[in-house]
Write a protein that binds this ligand. Structure first.
Ligand code: NAP
Length: 293
């Protein structure tokens, strides 16, 4: 079995790394803060003190980091310890142009790189059920598939480098616009005096059902704003989508609206909360806090 490395052990990365260990791969890990490194080490992973050390110990090296500056910083270290043939798999949500740049840098050093962002949130990361969208060489994708299968169930080859990142951004448009719809739906239901839990259940069985509604609707109602997917990360995704749509001349009205709201929510200090916290901003604008009749 190939030797795997994992850098970025946050809400997503830690359970993903755990699943790789569970499947019997040898695993080397690194993270900025040490606590998750120690936790994975107690389960059998090799703790590393730098990205270069992870690179030296790996044949496939996965990164799951917040944004492009962190991926670029980590890969600078990885390139120092990189041997020819190393396959990098960046599973962070970043722009396709950045994915292509990093893949070219990896190839120029005798390695290869896939962009393989994910969908499904922390629950799917824990259960090994993630959807994974992959861009890069098909041959490298096929060789890396057993490692990806340790983390995900629905794994799609999307095309050349950057295609995985493009697919993920498409996913994020549907996520963000739908999230706002769920907030507004609950606002109206609350004003109408309906039982909100029942409304979530009813709509979930019909054509209005969605992942956002089924998973985040109940958390909005119970005012559980703990993060699965952080507001600051959705802000970043929407920023990337808007930069690309600007370059392509695409008018994306719903994206513009929801990205301004998410930006305002982050600026109000809710960046570390889950995206379901959008309900708070929608409530403020409507001068009405939702409550279960
Ligand atoms: N959460 C979701 O539901 C979800 C779903 C799909 C995709 N994503 C995407 O997946 C990526 C990760 O998301 P997440 O929710 O796991 O984020 P997160 O909880 O914020 O975790 C990020 C991790 O990266 C580490 N890190 C940051 N900078 C680093 C550096 N320079 N060197 C080493 N480690 C560094 C952090 O370490 P510290 O412990 O020091 O902070 C933290 O452990 C993001 O691009 C996000 O958009 C998230």
């Amino acid at each position: 079995m190939v030797k795997v490395g994992f850098i970025g052990l946050g809400l997503m990365g830690k359970p993903m790394a755990r699943n790789i260990l569970k499947k019997g791969f040898s695993l080397a890990v690194y993270n900025r803060s040490r606590a998750p490194v120690e936790e994975l080490a107690s389960m059998g992973a090799a703790p590393c003190s730098s990205p270069a050390e992870v690179a030296q110990r790996s044949e496939v090296l996965i990164t799951m980091l917040p944004d492009e500056p962190q991926v670029a910083e980590v890969l600078t270290g990885v390139f120092e310890g990189m041997r020819s043939g190393l396959v990098l798999v960046d599973m962070s949500t970043v722009s396709p142009m950045f994915s292509r740049q990093m893949a070219a840098a990896a190839r120029s050093r005798g390695g290869d790189m896939l962009d393989a962002p994910v969908s499904g949130s922390t629950m799917a990361a824990e259960q090994g059920n993630l959807t994974i969208m992959v861009g890069g060489s098909r041959k490298t994708f096929e060789e890396t598939l057993p490692v990806l299968q340790a983390m995900g169930k629905n794994i799609f080859y999307m095309g050349e480098s950057g295609a995985g990142s493009f697919a993920k951004l498409c996913n994020q448009i549907a996520v963000a616009v739908n999230l706002l719809g769920v907030c507004e739906m609950l606002l109206l239901a609350s004003k109408a005096g309906l039982n909100l839990s029942q409304v979530v259940e009813v709509v979930s069985t019909g054509a209005g059902g969605s992942w956002q509604l089924a998973n985040l609707g109940p958390r909005m109602i119970s005012r559980d704003f703990n993060p699965g997917f952080k507001v600051k990360h959705l802000r970043k995704d929407l920023r990337i989508i808007r930069e690309i749509s600007e370059k392509l001349g695409l008018p994306l009205q719903a994206v513009a609206l929801v990205s301004e709201l998410i930006k305002a929510l982050d600026e109000k200090g809710h960046g570390e909360e889950g995206t379901q916290a959008l309900i708070k901003l929608v409530e403020t604008l409507a001068s009405h806090q939702i409550s279960n009749a």
